[in-house]
Design a binder for this molecule. Sequence first.
Ligand code: F1P
Length: 372
Amino acid sequence: MRPQSKADSEECRSMNSSNTEVRDSATLTEIMSQPEIWRQVLQELSFSPGFENIWARTNARSTWLFVGCGTSYYLAEAAAASRRLQTGHAACAVPASEIMLFPDSALLGTPGLQAVVISRSGETSEALRAAELLRKQHKVPTLGVTCGTRTPLEAGTDLCVALHTANDKSPVMTRSFTSMLMSLQLLAARSAGDAKFVDELEKVAARCASVIASWAQSVESFVAKRNFSAYAFLGQGPFYGIAREAALKLTEMSCSFGQPFHSLEFRHGPKAIVTPDTCLTFFLSEGGSEAEKKVLVDMKELGGTVVAICNRADSQVRSNSDLVFELGADVRELAMLAPFVVPIQLMGFHTGVKKGLAPDNPRNLSRVVLLD
Ligand code: F1P
């Protein structure tokens, strides 16, 4: 057996010492439960008269405004980008605080506007305030999306999707984020008359179930061997919302500094930070992959540490990446939004544990932000 190098013993020490935190952690359990939870949620929604009713009552609305806070805001961004591509109709996202403080910037007078207020807890003060302003002051029909039960959000919106199965105990949103995103993509697919999309999400759930354990192992050993001074998350189109959420996950669970960028924007200045201690994660789309891969190669040439998340990696991606995650599913790229965030949920978790933090009890964070 090869003598234990310093890195190995450090790796063993960091992996062993956090076993209990790892094994018993609600956050890790909830991350690893996602493929099964997605399968259950898709099943529930496919046969839910309530969901069908929500589609029937919102389908004619031509412009959709997605609203949320924190992770729920980045979900709103990914859902809006996905809906634009799925339906070809207008859709955008704003933080709930903008509805409160700069309502005129959200074009609330747009004819045919449908508002979607997303809140895992259904209790976040800004989300409730935004729902109330949209509904009562601006007369915009409101659809709530939550994982809570009998929440103030449900009481404060015209319609509500409540995914109790996908709720997280952890203050950190993981399966709630991916499941609520899938539910909004299903609604858009229904509006686009795209009956195949639910099958593709089911394929993604099955495929992720077969790779998630190996993803978790690769992340844990990668994190054990490396220390980074900065993290950048790069994605184009609908993957930009996923890059935003990935940066937040790393920050929430490991108190490290992570920033999201549109991949090609990274050349326009931010690449100044690239060193071997910079971890650059690329969410490679299929639509933009040639141009995105060129950025990946450029950053590797600058000496950056590259993590690639994609459906299938070609030799160029493999030879220029330090770590590759492949989903390998025969689905269209929009069905890959949710699973692509999973490796970074895991990276945030294991980086936090390595730094002696407790992701189940993230520093300075509460599960719900309540304001006076
Ligand atoms: C929104 C949120 C979470 C964050 C933390 C505080 O919650 O910002 O994204 O992780 O838990 O609250 P919600 O409105 O979706 O419940």
